[in-house]
Design a protein around this ligand. Structure first.
Ligand code: SOE
Length: 385
């Protein structure tokens, strides 16, 4: 067993999810590496110390630049808001650290490309935390797609809908500030939809898009979560990101796509869905029922056709055997454990984890084309060279 010393930059929602994954991975997916949760880092020393105790980190730091230079650190996990990903990942790579980075990779295509150049130059391993690829039902959907079970693909529908900012009184948090988040629904949840689409149905080559901000200004929060520099101020601030982005797409395989990402869809708490329609069959998935995959096969005898709901917990499916007997379902947190397990296996086999920064640049290229299209009001090619 080889110890692997991890440093986590960020301690909020993703810090919590990643901490749990580091804690659990060795217990359910024993392998060559034993993760040591060495240091957690956050701007707010008190809050970071609470997170260290709560999640089980050995040390606390407030200066991420010191952390990435430490000789005893093997892996740097970037789980901060998007405006810090670029500087942190490049600094970690230049210090020879393997990197796990939360999505979206950067706040622009240019940033993402520079991050990829840095990890290529440093020769370190890199993973982008698109955790939804690690759901057994999604991994199973990919197997069905790769086996051609749906035949020629005609349609891909991807909708990722939430409702946590439906209330106009919800404050101006960092995710609503372009300087910090880079974009709104598009980068936060549209990046997940774009990754799943390309993971399952291949590359998107062109898009036409619209981006909308429904609520133009919001109360300034008086917490650290507030828009950068807004801390403690009273009054209202301008929302500088999209509340909703929808776009049409053409895939390289000739199929067409319809995408929506919004945080204004009442009752949809984390409704990340896809439907794929082909010449021989169809697939449907809903994250809020993440252990199930719906499969329609046209070859079923007349009168017996219809979607069957497969409970993807049988041990034949990826990851499923590590947890519980069939039917004993798993949840959101398990997707991060699967991702960290895959990362450790990639280190052990000296191969690149997936998804990685190459995938990140491809996703960022789609987001970039969406933003160009929304500005220009016309179809735009995806440029990720
Ligand atoms: C907020 O939209 C959010 O926390 C995303 O940032 C995560 O990537 C997603 O998994 C859940 O919702």
């Amino acid at each position: 067993m080889t110890e692997l010393n991890v440093a986590l930059l960020g301690y909020k929602f993703m810090g919590k999810a990643h901490s749990n994954a580091y804690r659990q991975v060795g217990r359910f997916f024993p392998g060559k590496y034993q993760v040591r949760m060495k240091v957690i880092c956050g701007r707010d020393a008190k809050a970071a110390a609470v997170a260290a105790r709560q999640f089980g980190w050995e040390e606390v730091e407030t200066d991420w630049r010191k952390v990435v230079r430490r000789k005893d650190i093997d892996v740097v996990d970037v789980s901060t808001p998007g405006n810090l990903h670029h500087a942190m990942a490049i600094a970690a790579a230049s210090n020879g650290k393997h990197i796990i980075c939360e999505k979206p990779l950067g706040n622009s295509l240019a940033e993402a490309k520079e991050m990829l150049q840095a990890v290529e130059k440093a020769g370190v391993k890199h993973m982008l935390m698109h955790n939804y690829r690690k759901i057994p039902a999604v991994a199973f959907a990919r197997k069905l797609m790769q086996a051609g079970r749906l035949g020629r693909i005609y349609h891909y529908h991807g909708a990722y809908l939430q409702d946590w900012i439906l209330d106009p009184k919800f404050p101006l948090v960092w995710r609503l500030d372009k300087k910090v988040a880079g974009s709104g629904a598009l980068g936060d949840i549209g990046s997940h939809a774009a990754d799943l689409a390309q993971f399952l149905n291949g590359d998107i080559e062109s898009v036409t898009a619209q981006m909308t901000t429904f609520i133009k200004e919001r109360p300034l929060p008086d917490t650290v979560e507030g828009a950068w520099g807004a801390r403690g101020k009273k009054g209202k601030g301008r929302v500088t990101v999209d509340d909703d982005t929808n776009f049409l797409a053409r895939f390289k395989n000739g199929s067409v796509g319809v995408f929506e990402s919004s945080r204004f869809c009442g009752g949809r708490r984390n409704f990340n869905t896809f439907q794929i329609y082909g010449s021989k069959g169809s697939l449907a998935f809903n994250l809020e029922r993440m252990n199930e995959l719906e499969l329609y096969e046209g070859a079923d005898p007349p009168g017996e056709q219809g979607y069957k709901t497969i409970n993807v917990t049988e041990t034949v499916h990826p990851y499923a055997g590590a947890w519980w007997p069939p039917g004993h379902i798993i949840g959101y947190e398990h997707t991060f454990v699967h991702a960290i397990h895959d990362f450790l296996v990639a280190l052990e086999k000296d191969r690149l984890p997936e998804p990685n920064f190459y995938d990140g640049v491809k996703i960022q290229a789609v987001l970039d084309a969406v933003e160009r299209s929304a500005r220009a009001g016309k179809w735009e090619q995806v440029k990720n060279q």
